[in-house]
Design a protein around this ligand. Sequence first.
Ligand SMILES: Cc1ncc(COP(=O)(O)O)c(C=O)c1O
Length: 442
Amino acid sequence: MEAPIYDFLRDYAARDVLRLHMPGHKGCGALGCESLDLTEIPGADSLYEASGIIAKSEENAAALFGCPTFYSCEGASLALRAMVYLALRQAWSAGRRPVIAAARNVHKSFVYTAALLDAEILWIGGEGESHLSCHLTPEAVARALDAAPDMPAALYLTSPDYLGHMADVAALAEVCHRRDVLVLVDCAHGAYLKFLRPSLHPMDLGADLSCASAHKTLPVLTGGAYLHVAARHPALVREAKAAMALFGSTSPSYLILASLDLANQTLAGAFPGQLEAAAGTAAALRARLAQAGFRPYGDEPMKLTLRPKALGYTGTALCEALARQDILCEFADEDFLVMMLAPDTDYVRLEQALLSLPRRAAISGGPPPLPLPPRRLSLRRALFAPRETVAVERAVGRVLADVQVSCPPAVPIVVLGEEITPQAAAAFSYYGVTSVAVCRTE
Ligand SMILES: Cc1ncc(COP(=O)(O)O)c(C=O)c1O
């Protein structure tokens, strides 16, 4: 597979060109990659009006993913905004209300997007051991959709979620499509799922739109991401670029574009075989760790999430113990430790480090239950309301003005516009949130 963007950048860098164009570093700098960092000069194409090398590279990505695919240089966050906008636009033009049904474990960028676009979210409850994970059943989704005063335009799923749980996209899509509801999947953590055999990618399981951070699980620079649109929606495919342009910078990074471009070669070459082998190794490791009492969570092949309290470690303590051996994990909280695996992970080192840790007295307890708090303001009104920051103990009864989460995992505990109930305050305290932004009540 060709790499037309990278080839163009490399050829340009090799020429003795007097650069009288952006960027200001003129191709030189301490990083060493500046010569490849270009702007829209003749021949370099233009991301949001692509018809040359970028269009060709995106066609290569589309061939790999089996559906129209568009590049983002601003993460899945940008593709996610475009995806939500496209679904809402379709709803607006069909005279439907801008309602999106969603499992609660969304990334904060979804909440911000809904707030900025003045959409309503119909939260659908599901089992899960933490606010980071939500197991939606087709029955629960069918019930929620049928009971909704206005049929939502779309169901929004986060799959895989931060802890590695994967939604049953195929079954949920069937329920939704019977009701003319689009399925949008935030697959930020799962770009690699396409390259398993069989593919576990949401676009192969019935999703209509999906975004994925190429940079999280594929060999791509940070910021590289995809928007995927099902080919059976030609209008959405046609509008995808404009939707991305609505939210994106007019100066997309050519370094990231080149990285996405080169990744196509890797994905068309050795990567699937290496991934397949690594997924087998990871599954065997997960089974051995389960036997050793680490209580793995989730079913995502390349994410290893452990619940180590029975062995006497909080997730955070286990993370710190590994860090002391120079093993740095993706995320930890009181209950979970999340590790992101890759084909070249040193599985032996990881297993030895985990199994050699001394066992301690079991720790009990888990996240406090958090019933859906009552909504007092629309997302948009809460986002734009005057606000103040107060200590969590003083916030009960107030209305949250901003998502109050660190990144990672950036999954809101309470959503803006919702009342902070005593249970919500307890959840904030459990996760170490000491102060929150609330709407001011003059
Ligand atoms: C579930 C989820 N969705 C979306 C995003 C945003 O992705 P990006 O950082 O590529 O913009 C993240 C980032 O961590 C995420 O975890």
